[in-house]
Design a protein around this ligand. Structure first.
Ligand code: HSE
Length: 339
């Protein structure tokens, strides 16, 4: 399978490293992944015979990421060049999220699908804005669109809601969908530190978004809730339909007070159907030990579905991190190959 990667940030780098580490095992299972393009925001690498990622990684400064030299040749390797060449089977789209329009990722994905190229993305922007349009394009062109990474990475929230709940009507979705805030709240509870100190730790560990307000003001949770609601409950909701409150207003005193009551704050995203109305909200909530999410610790996340015929399903795990996110991209590629 010939792969083009657009977006060489933390997850993109971890993805290439993972391909190098897992390449032989996947090949033994019949899946030969050949990376043809690696593209950063300003330049890229292209080798129609396949980029020797293992060699370039071994020769790199830290063994963690391949350097894309600033040469005239590499500056010509752009998304437009890749989409014009059409010489890949699958596009991995990992540019950063634009929550206002989903662009330019939406256009890259649409063009690739129209050219009968499978797409796997970790980018929430195009999925919140245009999921049904992209889904339709994939179907019309006989290719697949993998979006598992957009909703909690290693937490199988999309597959859980679509594959495992297939044929039922999901009437409620509840989740701890952001690892950064979950980590911050637990850190504040355990050490009594301030929100700023805990955020700094999350940033050092690489899980916080480039702009951490995305995490702590609830946007990341809201985007994931919106994707799950639209995809699992077959809706066409918008970000403006969600009431969003983050964790920035919570004080160490409130967290300790909850601790004294045997409770914990979690940033919850919830979509609930009441008759014809769908309520969507993101807000910190105090949970007691009886709640399934009480023990969702550290960078872990969770999602819970309630349905008419398949009952309840709770999934816990999928700790946030670049390697875990990259692994969820690889999971979608393997699933596409196996279908
Ligand atoms: N910043 C996110 C989190 C990871 O902390 O879960 C990407 O969605």
């Amino acid at each position: 399978m010939r792969i083009g990667l657009i977006g060489y940030g933390g997850v993109g780098k971890a993805f290439i490293k993972l391909i190098v580490e897992k390449g032989s095992a996947l090949k033994a299972q019949g899946l030969d992944l050949e990376v043809i393009y690696i593209m950063g925001s300003k330049r890229g690498l292209y080798n129609p015979q396949g980029i020797n990622c293992a060699q370039l990684l071994a020769a790199s400064k830290d063994g963690e990421s391949i350097t894309i030299a600033d040469t005239e040749e590499n500056r010509k390797i752009t998304p437009a060049f890749l989409l014009q060449n059409k010489d890949i089977d699958l596009l991995v789209e990992l540019t950063s999220t634009n929550k206002e329009t989903g662009e330019p990722a939406r256009s890259y994905i649409l063009k690739a699908l129209e050219n009968k190229i499978h797409v796997v993305t970790g980018n929430k922007g195009p999925i919140v804005h245009s999921y049904w349009e992209l889904d339709q394009a994939a179907k019309e062109n006989g290719v697949q669109l993998g979006i598992g990474c957009t909703c909690g990475g290693a937490l199988p929230s999309v597959n859980g809601g679509t594959i495992e709940m297939a044929g039922s009507q999901v009437y409620s979705i509840e989740g701890v969908l952001n690892g950064t805030t979950n980590y911050i709240l637990k850190e504040m509870e355990d050490t009594g530190c301030t929100y700023r100190d805990a955020l700094e730790k999350a940033q050092t560990s690489g899980i916080a978004e480039a702009d951490p307000s995305f995490d702590v003001e609830g946007w990341d949770t809201a985007l994931k809730l919106l994707i799950l609601t639209n995809v699992v409950m077959k809706q066409n909701k918008k970000l403006s339909d969600i009431k969003i409150e983050g964790i920035t207003g919570l004080t160490p005193e409130e967290i300790q007070l909850a601790h004294g009551e045997g409770k914990r704050y979690k940033l919850i995203g919830r979509a609930t159907r009441e008759g014809e109305t769908l309520h969507m909200v993101v807000r910190p909530e105090k949970l007691g030990e009886g709640h399934a999410f009480y023990h969702v610790d550290g960078k872990n996340k969770a999602v819970r579905y309630e349905s008419d015929t398949l009952g309840e399903l709770t999934l816990i795990g999928g700790a946030s991190g670049t390697t875990a996110a990259a692994a969820s991209i690889l999971r979608d590629i393997v699933l596409i190959y196996n279908r």
